[in-house]
Design a protein around this ligand. Structure first.
Ligand code: BGC
Length: 893
């Protein structure tokens, strides 16, 4: 009877039971972040549920401190699940806040509460009680510093805030705090320095505790920049040092801070030398075992010095740290013709090796890093230029494992010297390190070479997203080149949730911007570097914030960057003459196609002022859109009027009456088309000239600035088959050339390696340079056809461009609202399109079919499916609008 009653109660409860749930709770786009100092952080979540057309109609957010509710939004009628601001009382420093959210769907059903938390950083300078400390260094050795303290009461919470001039690893009672590498990360050090916050409650013990800090050189103290100029470019503002404090709150409510100060002691450990380009030298015999544990005898250590640097530069870090993301085992051991012992990891990667060895005291092991083997199969390091990129390790007696702490490398091959006999694969592993952004995008197709290209794009991104977006990560460069980030950005937003990664970088970009508005070539810009205001490079400062907003839907990035964006546009406009911008030195269409022995003039050189004009207009148009989003309509109108004049000036200067551009290159046509530089009636002629050029060459000829837009320009203007032809070209120059040559990352040059496997010593030849991977954007958005139609994918479209002999192609991406996916199958007589639309969004679906009558959804006529709104014919497509859910469209042909 009792059971029956229970069952009845359950059945009665059924209709009101929630079918919608809430997942992926984030604060400022981070899962349970530690150290936020935003006073009005923003909450986001993802709705999940099986019903089609699921939307959020209302939400309720509540914030807790120590179990007590400090703020509740109440039930708010809104679809907003992305940027819900905290509006409660002032937040306190170093405090953990819990928060929970529930939502109502469009049928009025309510979800269960879902909860998460965040930990605040230090809101004010007065909250810092610690002092900067510096060890008195005699040489290059990495300092270790320590202090013991005791805890006599029971702890409610303990929060560590820490940073360094250089790099640091903090430890408590012998254990490393957190799992991040290369902290505090790289920022415009002369203007701001990040600190990190960690919840260390569980690391402290009752009684005696030891607090340790180990420091490395990192970006702060290593020579940066390339070749001969290298040692002229360094921050080196202060000597290596650190500032740290553990704020303890006891259960009785009292507080105590353990801080860096004069009472700390310093010495040196096993790291004798460690820099970004040259690698790390370690002498295991010099390790001071137990130095960061309780009871270690530090009587011979020196007292540190206190330094009174301004704390104003300290800023809480707000992006994901660099961590070990993957471990790769070597696939092969061999001896090269030159007699070198070499390990092959099968993948060009960025990280560091971990080595196990049974060593003899004093035995020296030298490990060198290379991306490729030369044509004879020997270890090749010429392309590292002056970077030594070596781990040098001196053993103590017995079994030991070593890896570098403050240096990392770009490599596929390791050359090992100093170990006798054959190497054992099991003794080596490569730790792949990159920023801990979620990898959100996937692509697959029926063409294995293109799938390999996609893998190369992914690995190129991983290797160059090490706290800042770099050009490459192996040679004496590894810098935040703005042009590279600019051209790759949209591909990156598909592949990863890189919102916070770029929010941080854009702040440095604005800080490094010159007073006149020029954006520097490098961000962070290394002191002494004098390049700024270059077309296609500086434009990163406008394109990235705008595309960031479109990809992730948080307009705060536009608010933050608005002034910086405007200053760059103003710089360009100010430097125009009769609305033409032609002054200054520029990189142009960097690395465009150059024909060898070019007697016939086939190299694809595009007139630089023409490029400048295109990027100026394009950036200004994106700025105008940003101004509109921010409600600055008057500004938008004013700049739009100037843009129109600039476009007119472009046509007068660079377009002939018969529809030629002064540079007859792919890049010139592509930019004119994609940046809308010419009147509509001229577009078909320009597009035809582009097509003619592509046919004539039979391959691409674009460099940095034309490449990201080339396939788009073709497929957007009726030449999809030519876009595919270029994509699928297997020779030089083209993306698949490097794939066919065995590349596992994107190369800097179209021919970084010649067909006979010789490697041109051009002085600049990286095998891991993500910029040309920008073609990914075309694959996802145009070939598969998945792209946002409003900010953050609140609405998006799936508009496939089948062709190129592909039997199927698909891409999926975790958008800010959840997983969106599209996959098409092109078979004789039938075209199938599978789509997945996340909750709280709607999508326009374009099916290549002459009529809606030929289209079914999940096996029934599309016109009879209630969840699919038939819009009608749209060019060669029929168009539909759908809400969340999975749909399988089939067009019978
Ligand atoms: C870098 C590039 C960068 C360029 C500037 C090179 O050395 O590796 O990727 O954008 O200089 O043209």
């Amino acid at each position: 009877m009792k059971r029956l009653f229970l069952l009845l109660a359950l059945v009665l409860a059924m209709p009101t039971m929630a079918q919608v749930s809430v997942t992926d709770l984030k604060v400022n786009h981070l899962s349970a972040p530690e150290g936020l100092t935003d006073r009005t952080p923003s909450f986001s979540w993802i709705l999940k549920g099986d019903t089609r057309g699921l939307m959020q109609s209302a939400y309720e957010v509540a914030v807790y401190k120590g179990g007590k509710c400090v703020w509740s939004s109440g039930k708010v009628k809104s679809e907003n699940s992305l940027t819900v601001p905290y509006e409660g009382p002032e937040l306190q420093s170093g405090t953990r806040y819990g928060w929970k959210v529930r939502v109502w769907d469009n049928k009025g059903k309510v979800s269960k509460w879902a909860s998460s938390s965040w930990l605040t950083g230090l809101f004010s300078l007065e909250d810092w009680h610690a002092k900067w400390i510096e060890p008195k260094l005699q040489d290059d050795r990495s300092p270790i510093m320590r202090k013991e303290f005791s805890v006599n009461k029971s702890i409610a919470s303990a929060v560590l805030h820490v940073t360094a001039h250089g790099l640091y690893e903090a430890s408590i009672n012998g254990k490393k705090v957190g799992d991040a590498h290369l902290t505090p990360g790289w920022t415009a050090y002369n203007k701001r320095l990040q600190y990190q916050t960690y919840d260390v409650t569980a690391m402290l013990a009752k009684g005696a505790n030891a607090f340790g800090l180990e420091l490395g050189y990192g970006w702060y103290h290593s020579r940066m920049c390339f070749r001969d100029r290298a040692d002229r470019y360094m921050y080196n503002i202060h000597q290596v040092g650190a500032i740290a404090q553990i704020d303890i709150t006891y259960t009785d409510g009292t507080k105590e801070s353990i801080t860096t100060d004069r009472s700390w002691k310093a010495s040196t450990g096993e790291i004798l030398h460690s820099t970004i380009y040259d690698g790390e030298t370690i002498d295991a015999r010099k390790a001071q075992q137990g130095w960061n544990c309780v009871g270690f005898d530090d009587s011979a250590w020196e007292q540190v010095a206190e330094a009174s640097y301004s704390l104003g530069e300290l800023t809480a870090s707000e992006s994901e740290p660099v961590v070990t993301r993957e471990r790769v085992k070597p696939v092969k051991y061999f001896i090269t013709p030159a007699g070198e012992k070499v390990l092959d990891f099968g993948q060009n990667l960025v990280g560091r090796e971990v080595v196990k060895v049974n060593g003899k005291e004093g035995q020296e092991i030298v490990i060198s890093h290379a991306e490729v083997l030369d044509e004879k199969g020997n270890f090749y390091t010429t392309n590292l230029r002056t970077a030594k990129a070596q781990t040098r390790y001196t053993c103590r007696e017995g079994e030991q494992t070593f890896s570098t702490k403050f240096s990392w490398y770009g490599f596929r091959y390791l050359k090992v010297e100093g170990i006798e006999g054959d190497l054992n694969l099991d003794d080596f592993v490569a730790e792949v390190i990159f920023s801990d952004y979620p990898e959100t995008g996937h692509f697959e197709s029926s063409n294995s070479l293109v799938n390999h290209l996609q893998s190369n794009i992914k690995w190129g991104m991983r290797g160059n997203f090490v706290d800042v977006p770099t050009d490459c990560n192996q040679r004496d460069e590894r810098m935040g080149w703005t042009g590279d980030a600019h051209v790759f950005f949209r591909t990156a937003t598909f592949m990863g949730d890189v919102q916070n990664f770029f929010i941080k970088w854009l702040k440095d970009l604005a800080l490094d911007q010159w007073p006149g508005g020029e954006i520097t070539d490098l961000v962070p810009c290394i002191p002494g570097w004098m390049g700024a205001g270059r077309t296609g490079w500086a434009d990163a400062g406008v394109t990235i914030p705008w595309q960031h907003y479109m990809a992730y839907g948080d307009k705060r990035v536009l608010e933050n960057q608005y002034e910086s964006m405007k200053r760059w546009i103003d710089f360009m406009f100010r430097n125009t003459q009769d609305f033409l911008w032609s002054s200054g030195w520029h990189y142009g269409d960097w690395l465009a196609y150059q024909a060898e022995n070019d007697f016939g003039g086939r190299s694809a050189v595009t007139y630089r002022p023409l490029i400048q004009q295109c990027f100026m207009v394009h950036s200004a148009e994106q700025f105008i859109e940003a101004a509109k989003v921010l409600g600055k309509t008057r500004v938008a109108e004013r700049y739009a009027a100037t843009v129109e004049k600039c476009k007119k000036a472009f046509c007068e200067a660079y377009l002939t009456p018969r529809g030629h551009l002064v540079s007859s290159t792919q890049t010139a046509y592509v930019l004119a088309l994609e940046f809308d530089m010419v009147p509509d009636e001229v577009r078909p002629t320009i597009a035809a000239r582009l097509a003619e050029n592509v046919r004539e060459y039979g391959h691409l000829t674009t460099g940095f600035l034309g490449t990201p837009y080339l396939c788009h320009a073709l497929s957007n203007n009726g030449y999809t088959e030519l876009a595919y032809r270029i994509l699928l070209h297997e020779g030089y120059p083209g993306w698949l050339y490097s794939v066919k040559m065995g590349g596992t990352t994107i190369w800097e040059l179209w021919d970084s390696m010649k067909p006979d496997r010789t490697i041109p010593d051009t002085g600049m030849n990286s095998f891991n340079h993500y910029s040309k991977g920008a073609v990914g954007d075309w694959l996802y958005r145009e070939a598969v056809g998945l792209k946002e139609t409003s900010a953050g994918y609140k609405t998006f479209m799936v508009r496939p461009n089948p062709g190129g002999g592909f039997k199927y192609m698909g891409a999926d991406k975790v958008t800010p609202y959840g997983r969106a996916a599209a996959k098409w199958y092109d078979e004789p007589g039938k075209f199938t399109l599978e789509v997945e639309v996340p909750a709280n969004t709607t999508a326009e679906i374009y099916v290549p079919s002459p009529s809606v009558d030929a289209v079914t959804v999940d096996g029934v006529a599309v016109t009879s499916v209630a969840d699919v709104k038939v819009v009608g014919k749209d060019g060669p497509y029929t168009k539909y609008v759908v809400g969340s859910g999975k749909y399988k469209f089939v067009a019978n042909r």
